[in-house]
Design a protein around this ligand. Structure first.
Ligand code: C2E
Ligand code: MG
Ligand code: MG
Ligand code: MG
Length: 286
């Protein structure tokens, strides 16, 4: 009897495995087509100063407008994109769109010199041989001054080949592009050589911010990251601020910037434009 149950379980498991594999293959086919069909779009999440609550820039976040499934978040396809290498093309698309949009905002609206856009780059992308040339080309095509661009990379992107990463980051810095370390605290940073990376900003991972208010360890880790950033001459951005209590804690820690649902979720291009416009009176008062 036990054997029969076991057998049945095995079959169910097998069938669901099969369904999963088919679904995965379908998604992969769709993902390849999505690039030609231009189904990717960029959402923008505002990053706020935690001292005066002004928007200082946007983080560009990819979305996939799937013909059947609707608007998909990166969580549903980014791993597959990494595995298949399609992430390279996606990252370029996002960079291109974000630079183009930033240029448009500069031309059409009166925005401060300090207003920037940050773009996420996968570790794979960061290891590309002609990365700096390609970025330079996108900036030329879109006619955006490099000083308005930020690149977000994770600890993983630099840890594999630190010497190569330092060289690339230096070249990018020379162009005027600043570097953020994303999801800081979740990777494998070697603190011993963090100071050798010409990095501008550490982003405190959302997992710490979420619990900052009721978990002493998360509070201590957040505090340590902000202090580390400041001691190394960097600034800190907190990700995923959802409550006033979290905001208050981060302000106490002297974290400079923050983003999260408390302020705004990522929004589409026209909503982002409205966010800028609604702040324009303040810009002019600066
Ligand atoms: P990330 O770079 O750490 O981006 C922050 C993520 O947290 C975004 O998810 C954002 O929507 C979400 N978030 C922001 N505030 C809150 C909040 O208050 N609460 C909660 N629960 N979530 C919040 P999203 O857009 O789904 O992106 C997920 C991840 O996918 C990103 O994490 C990034 O690692 C990756 N990603 C997004 N766009 C790109 C891209 O163009 N290229 C690459 N390589 N990766 C990307
Ligand atoms: Mg990011
Ligand atoms: Mg992040
Ligand atoms: Mg994160």
């Amino acid at each position: 009897r036990a054997k029969r149950v076991g057998g049945a379980c095995y079959q169910v498991y097998d069938r669901s495995m099969h369904t999963q594999v088919v679904a995965q293959l379908q998604l992969e086919t769709d993902l390849r087509k999505a690039i030609e069909r231009q189904e990717f779009t960029v959402y923008y999440q505002p990053i706020f100063s935690l001292t005066n609550y002004q928007i200082v820039g946007f983080e560009a976040l990819v979305r996939w407008q799937h013909p059947q499934r609707g608007l998909m978040n990166p969580g549903e396809f980014i791993n597959l994109a990494e595995e298949t290498g399609l992430i390279l093309q996606i990252d370029w698309l996002v960079l291109h769109q974000a630079c183009q949009q930033m240029k448009l905002w500069q031309e059409e609206l009166v925005i401060p010199e300090s207003f920037t856009v940050s773009v996420n780059f996968s570790g794979k992308q960061f290891a590309q041989a002609n990365l700096v040339e390609q970025i330079t080309r996108v900036l030329q095509i879109t006619d955006l001054n490099p000083s308005f661009l930020r690149l977000e990379i994770t600890e993983g992107a630099i840890i594999e080949n630190p010497e190569a990463a330092i060289a690339v980051i230096n070249q990018l810095r020379n162009l005027g592009i600043k570097i953020y370390i994303d999801d800081f605290g979740t990777g494998y940073s070697s603190l011993s050589y963090l100071h050798r990376f010409p990095i501008d900003t550490l982003k405190v991972d959302r997992s710490f911010v979420t619990r900052i208010d009721n978990d002493i360890n998360s509070l201590e880790i957040s505090k340590a990251i902000v202090i580390l950033a400041h001691n190394l001459g960097m600034e800190a951005v907190a990700e995923g601020i959802e409550t006033l209590q979290q905001l208050t804690k981060l302000r106490e820690l002297k974290c400079e910037y923050g983003q999260g649902y408390l302020f705004s979720a990522p929004v589409n291009q026209s909503e982002a434009t409205m966010l800028i416009i609604s702040q324009m009176q303040n810009f002019q008062g600066e």
